[in-house]
Design a protein around this ligand. Structure first.
Ligand code: PAF
Length: 282
């Protein structure tokens, strides 16, 4: 399997593939691959001749140094997993220096307010960091399609917005959330949970499903208050936010409209680890 660590070399390689009419899928990751990532790679393999998987823990999207330091790094295992999947995968694993060339800062983006709510409110500068790295990967690889998981639904909508605003000719594809057997949304961060917390964390998804069952019968405020009280009574989890928002604009719902799509979004701390999840409501 080819592993590139230089932007220029990867760019030359993908250009040559394109000249031969090969289609290219891009799956950006921060490594510590799990079956959620592999489902993105598998979808990309089905829809493209070649798939580029980037493995890069992007420092500018972390608002806390501690979180960046503790982010799991399992490079050799990741490569092995990808090698077993297909011969049509190429890895891009650059260093921080190669990407940021000595200036580890993000660009400033205008995301039409999508970055001002939920994750954006609690993780200052996070989406500028995501925009910076995703734009660089998109421009370097010039894929036909790029794949992102719906677990980070706000990120997915923000990347779609960036591509629209910058007029970038790449199709952004959102893929459904993969879950652990107990229901916890798959995330590289789950590795940092104790066995007990990881099992108990099914509570997050169970609560989301219960909120969905109430949607349409009870108001958004009533559901939100109920979710808050459920978490106040739970010894293991600290709720950071629970928000019911419209899918495209991500604005919190005040009055439910028939022709709109809504999702419930949640961020929770467990064992000092921040977990996010969401569910489509209608
Ligand atoms: O979702 C992630 O893992 C990251 O935010 C991404 C898209 C790879 C950018 O670093």
């Amino acid at each position: 399997m080819k592993i590139f660590d230089r932007k220029k070399e990867l760019n030359t390689f993908t250009l040559k593939k394109r000249e031969k009419d090969n289609t290219i899928g891009l799956v950006p990751t921060m490594g510590a691959l799990h079956s959620g990532h592999l489902s993105l790679v598998n979808k990309a393999l089905l829809e493209n001749d070649l798939v580029i998987v980037s493995i890069f823990v992007n420092p500018t999207q972390f608002d806390k140094k501690n979180d960046l330091d503790k982010y799991p790094r399992t490079f050799n295992k990741d490569i092995e997993l990808l090698r077993q999947l297909s011969d049509n995968i190429v890895v891009f694993a650059p260093t921080v220096d190669e990407i940021y060339e000595g200036n580890v800062v993000s660009q400033n983006y205008e995301f039409d307010g999508l970055d001002k709510v939920m994750e954006g409110k609690f993780r200052s500068g996070h989406f500028d960091g995501v925009g910076t790295i995703v734009e660089l990967f998109l421009r370097t690889v010039a894929p036909d399609r790029a794949y992102f998981g719906e677990k980070d639904f706000q990120q997915l909508q923000i990347i779609r917005k960036m591509v629209e605003i910058k007029n970038l000719p790449y199709t952004i594809i959102g893929c459904p959330i993969e879950r652990e057997p107990h229901g916890l949304a798959m995330s590289s961060r789950n590795e940092r949970l104790s066995k007990n917390t990881r099992e108990q964390a099914s509570f997050i998804y169970t609560t989301l499903k219960a909120a969905k069952a109430e949607f349409g019968t009870n108001s958004a405020i009533t559901i939100t208050d109920w979710v808050k009280s459920e978490f106040e009574n739970h010894p293991l989890f600290d709720l950071e936010y629970f928000e019911i928002a419209e899918e495209i604009t991500l604005t919190p719902v005040l009055k439910i409209q028939d022709n709109q799509k809504y999702r419930a979004f949640i961020a929770v701390y467990a064992d000092g680890v921040r977990l996010i999840d969401n569910i489509r409501l209608n």
